[in-house]
Design a protein. Structure first.
Lengths: 285, 343, 328
């Protein structure tokens, strides 16, 4: 039954053209991240004879301020970018959904406690919070970076989920589960969560998209230490360290990472159009 | 109107599920933004019980509290005052094994087949959820067999075909059968059927009712059949009892045939005289019991004393508008809450 | 086949077929229906979900919503006006002035933030009932006719009125322009039994006092014993039987009518005689061949699965669409 499900899911996606294109773009990036580094070794020694070399057949995106191939760096950076944003999205959704579900279904004192926490987090402005946290917790561990990035985002999801749980828990089929004596936690995760999956799925994607911006920003302004070929780092170097932005013929060094960031964003956004379809049982039949 | 204290009528007899002085109040919000929240009693001081293996129809107009009463009896709604007893023990005090035993034995079938089944689960999962939770079967294969058996019992044949369906692929009548299968999956002693044929086509109603009656014979469960349709109530509880509710209070309880042929409470009389019947000759001859007021009062603002007193053609001034009458045994096994029968 | 009658018909429906186009398939909601509605009568149109009765009623006002389309047939009012060819201004003048309709679930169509009186006023203005004073007087008269207190009702907000009261107010409103015909679609479905009885009595009263023609749509055959003189039974978009009330109940000639009567539980009569109708409602996207009722019919034979029976007059005022009516 499970394999049949997968092919049905793929078929649904194919029918939604925007989502399908988005998916293709995302897969290309994943492919690039996984396979790329195996095909293109990363050079580390500067080649001063190639500083700011313009795009050519040998170097499709040109070379950077110390003559290293830009495209190779992009390929090597893809993995870090993807891992961080996927982790950030997952953590956001995990915390946000759990808090929202439990606050919404259990109500009473539990709800009061959790909602107060959510409200407090929401009053703190998002990006500044992330920047401050990143500055304080100087880390290179992608998981920790993911945690930092989700610091504020989970609260919005918790709010949204909580209010949806309020209305779902009044529905008859939930009452039937209660009549059977099925435990609260089981009802929450077995009955209610599946209905909210489209909402959670969309929010996951949005969290991923948002953390792409945020992570690039963090690396760009140099708050997080860079030892990776993260695209944000590349932008940092391009703009601030090497001053490439002031050099007209070095513009390709600045533009390259931007193009790929935007491209990934577009892929994610297009794919988000298909999330609702995937979780709609009517389309599975 | 304050609940009557002290004189709680003891229904005697061995009841499987019983309510004593049950009162449930809700907050009614006014529809306008600045309206004050008023409380109204959905159920007021109800003494009622259902015996093992019995069928009881609970009849009343929408808003009379019958659904609230039914749900309170199986512990889905908390009483404001009064108690609900299962086998003599208060259900809200049950713990551990006793609690689970009660839970397994008190089930509900809802009115709306379009909202009573989980929209994104297959019939197989829906029907087996209870069995799984209580770990009643030792293997997936056993669960499958049991689900097949249940689907067979409720007339969804072949079971293999229906097991994999999602609710939206089934008709209203079929969904209702799935809901029935789920309710009996734990072999409960008591089932509340809340207006279960109201949203089903006329031509199919009797079929579903017959199914339920057949299941009752097989399982020996009690059924509390809630409905606003007297004809359906009679069909289901023929041989059992019928209870009539008005604005949250129990008006009359008695053996079905007796209650219909010799109604005691003026409200019951009015209802029976107004119910449409399929005999045009008889229909023309009948006269409806004229009430002093056509329309029921606002449930938030019932009349003082007996709730029916402002519409009742037999209301006695000074008595009926002073305090609400208690349920008394006017005839053997025939209870009525009306001063006309108080000695 | 047209209905013959020596009475004047306020509506003549001939060979009406209406289809709904959904995606690539189409659904025939009304299939070759012919019916004459007599002036001053109370006609009940009985059918369950999918029978087509609502669509048929909407066609009397040319109100069939897209994607529904009239494929063939005519609807003629008063022997003169072809309803389906009316449009724009003429249609506006016809609707509510000659024929009015109280829709299913209209109870919920009240605006919760306006008083009932204001909403009645709104309706009047929209239909060009100019003089406010006269209009309100008329509304009060009509409210009294439906046994509502005009002052209390006009001042009230919808949530302050019970379901029965709202329905009666709606009936009164629909009579503001003195229509000849009043169509009611399931007027008592959401109401309690006592309110229902009062409304049926009031409809009888209105008929007597105002001489209007009443068309009552319902799935509940039993309420037709109250106010209705004639009953037209529909199944899967087709008219299957038309007869006087008494005749239909005492001697039904179509297996579906018979099945319906036997399947309706009642507080009187022998409980043992009740039987459900076998099978399930037809799939309107793929209706059965021949007579649409044949899969569920205990009398069905070979001819029933291939040939659609025509609506034929078998005696004065009685029409049946069944190959086997003689055997029943």
């Amino acid at each position: 039954m499970e394999i049949r499900n997968l092919t049905k899911t793929l078929r649904i996606l194919i029918e939604n053209r925007r989502a399908f294109i988005g998916l293709l773009i995302i897969f290309s990036f994943v492919f690039m991240a996984l396979v790329g580094p195996l095909l293109m070794p990363l050079e580390l020694d500067p080649r001063f004879d190639r500083v700011y070399a313009p795009p050519s057949l040998e170097h499709p995106l040109g070379c950077d301020y110390i003559g290293l191939d830009i495209f190779t760096q992009i390929v090597w950076g893809a993995k870090d970018v993807l891992v961080i944003i996927l982790l950030a999205g997952s953590i956001t959704v995990f915390i946000g959904a759990s808090v929202g579900l439990i606050a919404g279904y259990f109500g009473g004192f539990v709800d009061l406690l959790l909602s107060t926490l959510v409200d407090i987090v929401l009053t703190i402005p998002g990006l500044p919070l992330v920047i401050v946290l990143a500055g304080l917790i100087q880390t290179r561990d992608p998981f920790s970076i993911g945690l930092i990035l989700s610091a504020n985002a989970w609260a919005w999801l918790a709010r949204g989920i909580r209010s949806q749980v309020f209305s779902i828990k009044e529905r008859d089929f939930i009452e039937a589960s209660r009549a059977m004596g099925i435990g609260k936690l089981r009802i929450v995760f077995n009955d209610i969560l599946p209905i909210l999956m489209p909402y959670v799925g969309i929010n996951f994607l949005f969290a991923v998209i948002q953390s792409l911006y945020a992570s690039v920003a963090l690396f760009f302004i140099g708050v997080l230490p860079f030892s990776t070929v993260h695209w944000g780092t590349m932008l940092n170097i391009a703009m601030q360290v090497s001053g490439a932005i002031f050099v007209p013929y070095a513009r390709h060094y600045v533009i390259a990472p931007i193009i790929f960031i935007v491209l990934l964003q577009v892929g994610l956004i297009l794919f988000s159009y298909g999330i609702e379809d995937i979780f709609n049982p009517r389309l599975k039949t | 109107m304050p609940a009557i204290n002290g004189a709680i009528y003891d229904l005697g007899q061995d009841y499987l599920l019983e309510t004593k002085g049950l009162t449930i109040k809700f907050e009614a919000r006014s529809s306008t933004l600045l309206g004050k929240a008023a409380t109204f009693s959905a159920v007021e001081n109800c003494n009622f019980g259902v015996r093992g293996g019995e069928v009881v129809s609970l009849v009343g107009e929408s808003g009379c509290g019958k659904t609230t009463l039914g749900k309170a009896m199986i512990g889905l709604i908390r009483p404001t005052y009064g108690t609900v007893l299962y086998g003599g023990k208060g259900i809200w005090g049950l713990k551990g094994r006793d609690y689970y035993e009660f839970r397994r034995n008190a089930q509900i079938i809802h009115q709306d087949p379009y909202s009573s089944l989980h929209p994104i689960k297959r019939v197989y999962e829906i029907v087996s959820s209870g069995m799984r939770y209580y770990k009643l079967c030792s293997s997936e294969g056993e669960i499958r067999d049991k689900v097949s058996e249940l689907l067979n019992l409720v007339g969804l044949n072949p079971p293999e075909y229906f097991m994999n369906k999602y609710p939206h692929q089934l008709s209203g009548g079929q969904r209702q059968r799935v809901a029935i299968a789920r309710a009996i999956s734990l072999n409960p002693k008591f089932v509340v059927a809340d207006e279960i044929v109201t949203m089903i086509d006329v031509s199919l109603k009797i079929g579903v009712l017959n199914l339920l009656l057949d299941l009752r014979k097989r399982l020996g469960s009690s059924f509390l059949f809630i409905t606003h349709d007297f004809g359906v109530a009679r069909y289901f509880a023929e041989g059992g009892r019928t209870a009539v509710m008005y604005l949250g209070s129990m008006a009359e309880i008695g053996k079905t045939e007796e209650l219909i042929n010799e109604p005691l409470h003026p409200y019951t009389k009015a209802l029976l005289s107004a119910v449409p019947i399929t005999d045009p000759v008889l229909a023309k001859k009948r006269k409806m019991l004229e009430l002093r007021k056509i329309d029921p009062p606002n449930p938030v603002n019932p009349p003082p004393g007996c709730k029916f007193s402002d519409r009742c053609p037999f209301a006695m001034e000074g008595k009926c508008d002073k305090s609400a009458p208690e349920l008394i045994e006017a005839k053997p096994e025939h209870l009525v809450a009306c001063y006309l029968y108080a000695s | 086949m047209s209905e013959l009658g020596s009475f004047k018909n306020v509506y003549d429906i001939e060979g009406l077929t209406i289809e709904y186009e959904v995606g690539r398939s189409s659904l025939r909601a009304v299939n070759d229906v012919s019916l004459g509605i007599r002036d001053g009568e109370a006609l009940g149109i009985v059918g369950e979900s999918g029978s087509g009765k609502t669509t048929l009623a909407l066609s009397l006002l040319n109100l069939v919503p897209p994607p529904g389309r009239v494929k063939s047939g005519k609807v003629v009012f008063d022997g003169q006006i072809d309803i389906l060819s009316l449009s724009g201004e003429e249609l506006r003048k016809f609707r509510w002035k000659q024929t009015a309709m109280v829709f299913q679930g209209a109870l919920n169509s009240f605006n919760p933030v306006l008083r009932v009186g204001d909403q009645i006023l709104e309706t009047m203005t929209e239909h060009g009932l100019g003089d406010r004073q006269k209009g309100m007087e008329k509304a009060s008269d009509l409210l009294r006719l439906v046994r509502l207190d005009p002052e209390r009702t006009m001042k009230a907000f919808p949530h302050e009125l019970s379901g029965g009261m709202k329905q009666r107010a709606l009936i009164a409103t629909s009579l503001l322009l003195d229509p000849k015909v009043l169509i009611l679609d399931e007027p008592t479905t959401a109401l309690d039994v006592i309110s229902q009885k009062y409304i049926l009595n009031i409809l009888s009263d209105l008929r007597r006092k105002l001489g209007i023609t009443i068309v009552l749509l319902t799935h509940d055959l039993a309420i037709c014993t109250e106010v209705v003189d004639r009953i037209a039974v529909m199944y899967a978009g087709r008219m299957v039987e038309i007869a006087k009330t008494q005749d239909l109940f005492l001697r039904p000639k179509h297996p579906y009518s018979m099945g319906l009567i036997r399947a309706t539980p009642s507080v009187f009569g022998d409980v043992k005689e009740l039987k459900p109708i076998a099978g399930s409602p037809p799939d309107m996207f793929n209706p059965p061949q021949g007579c649409p009722f044949n899969p569920r019919c205990p009398f069905a034979s070979q001819v029933c699965t291939s040939k659609v029976p025509n609506l034929e007059m078998i005696s004065e005022g009685r029409l049946v669409a069944c190959h086997k009516w003689g055997d029943i």
